[in-house]
Design a protein around this ligand. Structure first.
Ligand SMILES: O=C(O)CCC(=O)C(=O)O
Ligand SMILES: [Fe+2]
Length: 286
């Protein structure tokens, strides 16, 4: 597997579906987010000016936007810089939501996560702003929950990503208590005594810069590291193709409470049917 970079000029939505979405191959779009007003607007200074006092909690500590930006830009060196610092767009920064339209960049569409059926549920699928500083490392190698596919829109600074091909769980030692997380830490310098099968893994590391969008299909193990002050907007894609796996996960996460599992799976199945019919009828979402 290699990571292809493509401009929207050379990758039609149909071609994207056939060559990346269906086979599950990541892609870096060099310019897909230019349809967003956020692209070029989201900078540390812009957030300081407009939302400097906006609060969020990172690793049990509450910070304002200004405090986070001072840390990631090295203006405050008195304490460690946490990663990732996240804001949930719909609830913590709803004012900027109109600047992320069309959410799916004309590729991640139709997206059932944009229907009111799914945004009501507890299924992942949030739109989030990630802020990081130099060296900020995502804490583990993982798969995203619910078999959702991730779209990571780098809007400021460079981030390094590492991905492992689908099926690499056999080399990555998933945590038995949370099989979406790998127990392999420090993949640049792995402990082969503890993780001998990791020798067979074939990670690919690459950089995603401002204005670029990384598509991570479900089943692709991944992790990230901020190389400098960075801002990105991540959202998830759910569609007929990953829905059966999504539905299985809805059950699996609630399997210890059969009644709850049944209620949530029933709701999700109904929502999926509604979205499928909506797609056929050409319903526009978001
Ligand atoms: O941008 C990053 O740090 C990676 C985020 C990620 O993979 C996740 O939140 O699931
Ligand atoms: Fe992820």
């Amino acid at each position: 597997m290699e990571i292809k970079r493509a401009s929207i000029q050379e990758m039609s939505p149909k071609q994207f579906t056939e060559e990346h979405w269906k086979p599950g191959i990541p892609l870096v779009f060099t310019d897909a987010s230019q349809v967003w007003e956020a692209n070029g607007t989201f900078t540390p200074d812009w957030f300081r000016k407009n939302y400097g006092g906006r609060r969020t909690v990172v690793e049990d500590t509450e910070y304002t936007m200004n405090e986070i930006l001072d840390l990631v830009e090295g203006k405050d060196t008195s304490r460690p810089v946490p990663y990732p610092c996240k804001y949930h767009i719909e609830t913590q920064l709803p004012e900027v939501r109109p600047m992320l339209k069309p959410l799916g960049l004309n590729y991640a569409t139709p997206n059932w996560m944009e229907s009111s059926w799914f945004s009501k549920g507890q299924w992942g699928g949030a739109i989030e702003l990630f802020i990081g500083g130099p060296g900020g490392q995502f804490p583990y190698i993982h798969l995203d929950y619910y078999h959702l596919s991730a779209w990571i829109n780098q809007l400021y600074g460079k981030k390094q990503f590492t991905v492992w091909p689908r099926g690499h769980e056999k080399y990555l030692y998933p945590d038995p208590n949370d099989p979406w997380k790998s127990m392999v830490t420090d993949h640049d310098n792995p402990d082969y005594e503890k993780f001998p099968l990791y020798r067979n893994a074939t990670p690919i590391t690459f950089t995603v810069g401002a204005g670029e969008t990384l598509f991570i299909p479900f089943g692709i193990w991944h992790t990230a590291k901020s190389l400098e002050p960075t801002m990105s907007i991540a959202f998830d894609l759910l569609i007929g193709h990953n829905f059966p796996l999504f539905l299985k996960d809805v059950w699996w996460f609630r399997r210890n409470n059969k009644l709850k599992a049944l209620a949530h799976s029933g709701y999700a199945a109904l929502a999926g049917t509604a979205c499928k019919l909506g797609d056929i009828a050409g319903v526009r979402r978001g």
